[in-house]
Design a protein around this ligand. Structure first.
Ligand code: HDD
Length: 712
């Protein structure tokens, strides 16, 4: 079937869902059969010579089953191995024709199907969701002009400036090769050795040491395209563009101690959270924003737009919101969809193009190359999740796992036998043509001097943090470097931090028993030979902003409590209002509420009604909840005598979470957190739900960390 360019997107149709539907099967009501379609009569026993005899080689059913099983795994992604994905749609708010001719960014009536995958970077496929790590944020738009992939991260800058350093970075951060320790963690010698010798990593590293490195949920992460790309309009005019995803759920992080505990209590925390939110109809949404810079303004910034370790502060170029992505459907099959999806920053549509960012340029090679070994050959574009909506009509042929049956004898161009088909498309017909950029240069292996300021932006980042965020960054550096065994590596990083912020460097140094040393000249490790250090220094402190509130998560709190997790602690004899009022009202506001009791099954209320329990104190943990409510009635005494219940609330307090009790349950807190003088910030004992809800929107009461009273 040839796909007409506009038809499948009209009248609310979702062409990608329909396309996937053709490959989706359901065994309901079907016979068991072999891969050749033969019905199987006995799937319990192999074919043997006699009931106690050897199995026969002839058993083709056994052989087929085991052969397939033996090959069920494919190589995991070399980075971003662990991830979870979901389907959704992208809707455009306003036509962007002034800047780009991309059709999906011009027609507001089109709902473009998308598939998004969120990932950690360091760990293996089976590792925890909870490391301190950068998160991948990759979105495939199935547009009418072909697939467009925006393959970004949850941080707007990258570790390195040149793709040739990527294998080094990844070798350094992955588990150390001799013993494969530690899994999914950067707190080890090789990562920090690399960082200490590569000052360009500092900007990304400080983001990673911030609460951005331990997101509360993938739903509460921002996403960034990182590189500067180009928009190209109908006249062929180029504008620079940076892409941003802004979550409607707010931007939230965890406490580091909490993240480590969740890794044990629910290693699938992020995966489960995304799945359950979608399953329960709380569809996460992100607005797509763009920062646009006119071609003529390329050199007006005190940093290079081609440098992927730099961001454009929103205070300099505001983010214009142009559309919205809603994730509204979980995959039917993890392997077929989330594992086999193949992203590539080089999957473009007309109207979007690259810049010469040397990191981006290298990526353009890596992604197809990696899919060939990961997905077993050059035909991975035919895997249903990767198929474009327009049918593929070209002269590429054969190869491993070829699905398409190309008719006829013509597979070359130009041809006369096939009537010249398939035709090249003119630009006016939607043919892609690269932006014409004049290049007249010497062939050199060098880094541009305009890339050499490695510290102004990390300094800006640190300065723009709230006090709590600063404290978290100090603690994160201290923790990670504390795990480093080789002291000179620690010292080099502490010295580097002096270039970022004196206070930060002194605090981390003190925690490590080291004195930061200002080097006689700026750190030049990692700066190519021949670098102009004067120029490098002249860039410092030249940003027209010295405080960028847009960088702080404290300014990005949610305005609602949709899909936030709230635990209600109950026991037999609980007040009915725990269910008839508290649970009901919180659920009505979109929260995900779990009733927890000392045992599984049902809890009986004062009035004798019975309500189902979601989890017992044996299986539940406060770390996976955003807030806790202790119900009242005759249950309080039981709970106050239960160490798990007391720990549950003390731990929630320690992790700075909102806590509320029914009016008659406030005594419980005197046992759970006796060290805390009530009333305390974020702790309500008057049964006022509205106050609890406001506290949940505030997410955390980080001030508690300053005076940690609760050991938990
Ligand atoms: Fe990459 C995967 C994001 C630089 C090479 N990358 C991968 C994924 C994301 C990113 C989100 C997972 C996609 C998925 O869910 O399947 N990578 C980035 C960003 C970068 C970046 C935002 C810098 C701005 N990457 C980068 C460089 C190289 C690679 C410089 C190599 C030179 N990345 C890969 C890869 C991966 C990958 C090896 C592994 C699996 C895959 O591609 O499909 O090719």
């Amino acid at each position: 079937m040839k796909i007409n360019e506009s038809e499948p997107f009209e009248n609310g149709a979702n062409p990608k869902k329909e396309q996937l539907g053709k490959y989706t099967t359901d065994n309901q009501g079907e016979f068991l059969n072999t891969n050749q379609g033969l019905k199987i009569n006995d799937d319990q026993n192999s074919l043997k010579a006699g009931d106690r005899g050897p199995t026969l080689l002839e058993d083709f059913i056994l052989r087929e089953k085991i052969t397939h099983f033996d090959h069920e795994r494919i190589p995991e992604r070399i980075v971003h191995a662990r991830g979870s994905g979901a389907h959704g749609v992208f809707e455009l708010f306003k036509p962007m024709g002034k800047y780009t001719k991309a059709k999906f960014l011009n027609d507001t009536s089109i709902k473009t199907p998308v598939f998004a995958r969120f990932s950690t970077v360091q760990g293996s496929r089976g590792s925890t969701d909870m490391p301190r790590d950068v998160r991948g944020f990759a979105v495939k738009f199935y547009t009418q002009e072909g697939n467009y992939d925006l393959v970004g991260n949850n941080m707007p800058v990258f570790f390195i400036q040149d793709a040739t350093k990527f294998p080094d970075l990844v070798h350094a951060v992955k588990p150390e090769p001799h013993n494969e320790i530690p899994q999914a963690a950067s707190a080890h010698d090789t990562f920090w050795d690399f960082v200490s010798l590569m000052p360009e990593t500092m900007h990304n590293v400080i983001w990673k040491m911030s609460d951005r490195g331990i997101p509360r949920s993938v739903r509460t992460m921002e996403g960034f395209g990182i590189h500067t790309f180009r928009f190209i309009n109908d006249e062929g005019k180029s504008h620079f563009v940076k892409f941003h995803w802004k979550p409607k759920q707010g931007v939230l992080g965890l406490a580091w101690d909490e993240a480590q505990r969740i890794a044990g209590k629910d290693t699938d925390y992020h995966r489960r959270d995304l799945w359950e939110a979608i399953d329960e109809g709380h569809y996460p949404e992100w607005e797509l924003g763009v920062q646009i810079v006119a071609q003529e303004d390329e050199y007006k910034f005190p940093f290079d737009l081609l440098d992927p370790t730099k961001l454009i502060p929103e205070e300099m170029v505001p983010v214009e919101i142009i559309g919205k992505m809603t994730l509204n459907r979980n995959p039917d099959n993890f392997f077929a969809e989330t594992e086999q999806v193949a992203f590539h920053p080089g999957h473009l549509v007309p109207g979007i193009d690259f810049t010469n960012d040397p990191l981006l340029q290298g990526r353009l090679f890596s992604y197809t190359d990696t899919q060939i070994s990961r997905l077993g050959g050059p035909n991975f574009h035919e895997i249903p999740i990767n198929k474009s909506i327009p049918e593929v009509t070209n002269n590429q042929r054969d190869g491993m796992h070829r699905m398409q049956i190309n008719k006829g004898k013509v597979s070359y161009n130009p041809n006369s036998i096939g009537g010249g088909c398939p035709f090249q498309a003119m630009i006016s017909e939607g043919g892609f043509s690269s932006f014409e950029e004049r290049i007249d240069a010497s062939k050199i292996r060098q880094r541009s001097k305009s890339f050499f300021d490695h510290f102004s932006q990390p300094a800006l980042f640190y300065q723009s943090m709230s006090d709590a965020e600063k404290r978290h960054i100090q603690n994160a550096f201290s923790f990670e470097l504390g795990k480093v065994k080789i002291v000179p590596i620690r010292q080099r990083v502490v010295n580097m931090l002096l270039e970022v912020n004196e206070e930060l460097s002194q605090i981390v140094g003190k925690n490590l028993g080291l004195t930061p040393e200002r080097l006689p000249q700026p750190i030049t490790d990692g700066i190519p030979a021949g670098a102009d250090l004067e120029h490098y220094h002249s860039f410092k402190n030249k940003l027209p902003v010295n405080d960028a509130p847009s960088l702080s998560m404290a300014n990005k709190l949610p305005t609602n409590i949709i899909a936030r997790r709230i635990a209600i602690l109950t026991a037999d004899g609980v007040n009915d209002e725990a269910f008839t009022k508290v649970k009901k009202e919180l659920c009505d506001m979109g929260a995900m509420v779990s009733v927890i009791a000392p045992h599984h099954g049902f809890v009986s209320t004062i009035s004798g009604d019975e309500y189902p329990i979601d989890e017992s104190l044996l299986t539940a943990a406060s770390v996976v909840f955003d807030a806790v409510y202790v119900a009242g009635g005759n249950s309080t005494e039981t709970l106050a005598g239960n160490p798990d219940a007391l720990h549950f609330v003390a731990e929630a307090y320690k992790h700075c979470k909102p806590i509320a009790t029914a009016e008659d349950a406030s005594d419980f807190l005197n046992k759970a957190i006796p060290e805390v003088k009530l009333p305390a910030k974020g702790v309500t004992t008057n049964g006022d739900l509205a106050e609890l809800v406001e506290n949940i929107k505030l997410h955390r009461f980080w001030d508690r960390e300053e005076n940690p009273k609760v050991p938990a």
